[in-house]
Design a protein around this ligand. Structure first.
Ligand code: ZN
Length: 506
């Protein structure tokens, strides 16, 4: 279609720049010396500013007008017409954000992330507080510029999960809390496995090799991706053929590194699985967030990682199939364990301080608490200086725990340091959607049979057909409806957790 080619070319240019930003970001979080943070912040800010200028400039405006005219006769469902309409909406929102604010946010996030690493290491909230105060101020201004109906937090939340609001989230949270509480009580009343064998000495290289072996079986294509070490594991891509996943291995805690890699591999499958025809287009570009990504939303992205990590790799069948291979690598450390004990150990339920290490029954309590704190920060009801106190209250009320220090409290997550205010709910949304999508997938006999014999190809193909290949060409709601036949429904997730508790308590 030559009439829309100028739009296609410009979108490709924007995507190229944002992929370069992703590479700089990946490097900043894996190999960059700490001293590079100031320069890197400037580089990221300059490139992000260029992407913004391209997306909101006169050439894009003219290209969009030209494309709209060319596609005026196309039916409403035409994917090219839809891409042009969606780009127009995102560009209009982006234009409402002051250019100086976008550039400052991009610069700040790289330097603040480096400051966070140091503050977390030193348990120094006071040192990190100025960074966080500026971040919250920027995001409050950001929310006002984007606009909202009810609560300023909604403007930020919708950036990560289109259509989501606090008013929709709170009843979902209430249903989850009500369903999770009795499951947690039941799991805690059951005999707990002795998990000390997981804390023996497990050489990191052997952990990494096993983690990658399984990730490849899940379908992660190592010829189009790689695994590196980081402080806070993440996945980021420079297009479908260069997908980086990261892990954090600890010699004295076997599950941490393994499950982190399989989680990130779930994200990686999404990015590697997008239709090649969608490369360098709006369907692989989050224009509003100025971020190159194929996932339709943060929540849907998370659904794919949670599904692989929790529904597959924490399943009883998975360890029946693969425990023998793991023990062959660590024969002394795992001498007294068997598949059933290992499965129980990696599903041990125990309220804990650290979100990324939380079990499935307490994980969402961490998210609900963060959501209310974020909303209060953005709504102006909570000052940054009062965060440690709010955190302590939230952990006491939500999980009955005392927070001994900020390192294991408010400083544990990288999100706010990188400007991601409003993204935490997408983890719980990912849990809920992942459960629904998994239930729909295993209803297909070839997927269920594959999982039974340790062949993960049919699951990956199903996920690719229903989720991955579409990239951002459909909304998360459309993808969820098409894949599962329903909208967000926490009962599927609660049902899967109840089945697990039944088995753990048996
Ligand atoms: Zn994730």
């Amino acid at each position: 279609m030559p009439e829309i080619s100028r739009f296609d070319v410009l979108m490709g240019d924007v995507n190229d720049i944002l992929c370069a930003v992703n590479l700089l970001d990946w490097d900043a979080r894996t190999g960059m010396p700490a001293a590079g943070a100031v320069g890197r912040g400037r580089q990221v800010a300059t490139l992000t500013g260029l992407a913004r200028d391209l997306a909101t400039g006169d050439a894009m405006r003219a290209a969009l007008d030209e494309a709209r005219r060319a596609l005026a006769g196309a039916p409403p469902g035409d994917p090219r017409r839809r891409a042009v309409d969606d780009a127009g909406t995102a560009v209009a929102a982006l234009r409402r954000l002051p250019a100086a604010l976008v550039t400052e946010a991009a610069d700040l996030k790289t330097r603040a992330a480096a400051a966070w690493v140091e503050a977390r290491r030193a348990d120094d909230f006071a040192g990190f507080r100025p960074w966080l105060e500026r971040t919250v101020a920027i995001r409050r201004e950001w929310a006002e510029a984007l606009g909202y109906a009810d609560h300023p937090y909604d403007a930020l939340l919708a950036q990560y999960e289109p259509g989501m609001t606090l008013a929709r989230l709170r009843p979902l949270y209430a249903a989850l809390s009500a369903g999770l509480r009795p499951l947690l009580d039941r799991a805690l009343a059951a005999p707990q496995p002795d998990t000390r064998f997981l804390e023996r000495r497990y050489p990191v290289e052997d952990q990494r090799a096993f983690a990658m072996l399984v990730a490849k079986r899940f379908g992660f294509d190592a010829a189009r991706g790689r695994l590196d070490d980081t402080v806070h594991p993440f996945e980021i891509s420079m297009g479908r053929d260069d997908v980086r996943i990261t892990g954090r291995f600890r010699e004295d805690w076997l599950p941490g590194g393994l499950f982190a890699v399989w989680h990130e591999a779930g994200h990686g499958l999404y990015e590697q699985g997008v239709d090649p025809a969608l490369s360098r287009s709006l369907a692989t570009t989050d224009l509003l967030n100025l971020y190159a990504v194929a996932g339709a939303s943060f929540g849907l992205h998370e659904s794919q990682s949670r599904l692989l990590e929790n529904r597959v790799a924490r399943s009883h069948r998975f360890w029946q199939l693969h425990f023998g291979e793991l023990r062959a690598r660590f024969p002394e450390q795992l001498a007294e364990a068997d598949a059933d004990l290992f499965w129980r150990a990696v599903n041990r339920v125990r309220p804990s301080l650290i979100r990324v290490e939380a079990d499935e029954l307490t994980y969402d309590a961490h998210i609900m608490m963060r959501t209310e704190i974020e909303a209060a920060l953005i709504g102006g009801e909570l000052a940054v200086g009062d965060l440690p106190g709010a955190w302590a209250d939230g952990m006491r009320d939500g999980l009955g725990l005392c927070v001994p220090n900020d390192r294991e409290g408010v400083l544990q997550d990288v999100h706010w340091a990188t400007g991601l205010v409003g993204s935490f709910p997408t983890y719980t949304l990912g849990n809920v959607m992942g459960a629904q999508i998994f239930a729909a997938a295993v209803a297909a006999p070839e997927v269920a049979n594959g999982l039974e014999r340790g062949d993960y190809g049919p699951l990956r193909h199903w996920l690719n057909r229903h989720v991955h290949r579409h990239g951002r060409s459909r909304t998360p709601t459309e993808i969820l409806r098409d894949a599962t036949g329903s909208d967000l429904d926490p009962s599927i997730y609660l049902g899967q957790l109840a089945a697990k508790v039944d088995r753990l308590a048996a």
